[in-house]
Write a protein that binds this ligand. Structure first.
Ligand SMILES: [Zn+2]
Length: 143
């Protein structure tokens, strides 16, 4: 027997969220700012993302090495996404009260049962932040 309320819940869960809902999800996922401790009113720009698979651990290692080496153009050359796969996503968050950017690593899971999780945060120095912004044309999105 089909359980109708559950079917509807499932349908709504899969419907496209509104921009407000997306911002709300982002705020909850990324949590308070490492620089000022506040939630909301901050902008996020995605740097790069890579699909994480058992078969290809070396590409993740190279991606992480590019992040550590501040090789932002290499990081940005990876923009991988697959709804059926897990990804590692690097972003920077811009605090309205600082010239420093916060680098954030997110583990994004394909499974609906797992919430995306921030697995590393690092505040970049002012010169690192400036350097990043001159290297990449960042697309900022309000959270
Ligand atoms: Zn802040």
């Amino acid at each position: 027997m089909v359980n109708l309320p559950n079917v509807f819940r499932e349908l709504f869960r899969r419907s496209t969220p509104s921009p407000e809902q997306l911002s709300d999800i982002e705020r909850r996922t990324y949590g308070p700012c490492s620089l000022c401790g506040e939630v909301g009113g901050h902008d996020r720009a995605q740097l790069g993302s890579i699909i994480v698979g058992e078969s290809d651990a070396s590409s993740l290692e190279m991606f992480e090495a590019a992040v550590r080496g501040r090789d932002w153009t290499t990081v940005a050359s990876h923009q991988e996404w697959d709804g059926a796969a897990d990804e590692v996503v690097y972003s920077v968050i811009r605090c309205p009260w600082s010239y420093q950017l916060c680098l954030v690593r997110l583990d994004s899971f394909a499974s609906m049962d797992l919430d995306d999780q921030v697995t590393a945060r690092e505040v970049l120095s002012e010169s690192e932040s400036k350097h990043l912004e001159t290297q990449l044309a960042l697309e900022w999105r309000r959270m």
